[in-house]
Ligand binder design. Sequence first.
Ligand code: UFG
Length: 327
Amino acid sequence: MTHILVTGGAGYIGSHACKTLAAAGYTPVTYDNLCTGWQDAVKFGPFEQGDLTDRARLDQVFATYRPAAVMHFAALSQVGESMRDPGLYWHNNVAGSLCLIQAAVAAGCLDFVFSSTCATYGDQDNVLLDEGCVQAPINAYGASKRAIEDMLCDFGAAFGLRHVIFRYFNVAGADPEGEIGEFHQPETHLIPLMLDAIAGKRDALTIFGTDYDTPDGTCIRDYVHVSDLVDAHVLGLKWLEAGKESRIFNLGTGSGFSVREVIDQSAAVTNRAVPVVEGQRRPGDCTRLVSGSTRAAAELGWTPKRSTLAQMIGDAWRWHQTGHYDK
Ligand code: UFG
């Protein structure tokens, strides 16, 4: 039985990764402090509650399961919050990852898959982003993820830790089988907030800024289905198992959609009106984040199969109507 330590396995992306790992024959061991995750979402392998900064607890979990690799999802991930309280991000994300990486190296677990972000690129006018683009984050969240990427390189050089770093674009949708989905409290992401507004669970969706330099004035993002995204992680794991070099991959589809386009598509998919108000820009938001890379396709053989806006919103809507987690 090959164990994979999945930090953040009780969270949105981590729980989908656990499902995909289990389907691929691995045993995912979730390590999560439940600060934003849900124990109800841990359905595909053992659960170990713990904090990234708790070295003794990490040592114990590595000793118990002897995982073949780490998939590191656990992180705070809200751009707006990171601007208001950067210390949270430097402590939880950066100091926490340092503790985890040191524990992995001490345990001899030297294959590491890391959940990074296109927010590390920052705002680069009209550029389709590939892995060679300069990294110039404009928010503390992106800066914290870039610091962890640097850390992985340094630990690779010193101790032979090998990594696959995935820079995610905007992850959306839910398990097409409806077992798990996206559930944040508080929610800050565009699609689930919009579905709440459509369902009458909150007031209108506020569009954060209508004066950006884009065709309709709203920000543009590259949305990728969570199930496609986690498929890439299994391919990344196999990349490391095959003994290949550390590598960085963007995970996006290369198509950008504005906030207004996402709203229109949501109205079409749900066949309901989306209550909307126009508001101010949100500090830290980039104008346009769209992947221009084909590396994951060419080298990992990754092909997104479910990442149309219609399927992402449709799967998210089905989950929204039926699924939720309780503490
Ligand atoms: N938006 C609104 N109104 C809202 C919420 C969001 O207009 O109520 C807009 C944002 O301004 C942005 C877009 O919708 O233009 C997407 O916002 P999200 O909050 O859904 O996602 P972000 O792009 O801010 O961030 C997400 C993840 C990050 C990741 C990033 C990569 O939360 O972890 O995608 O682009 F780094």
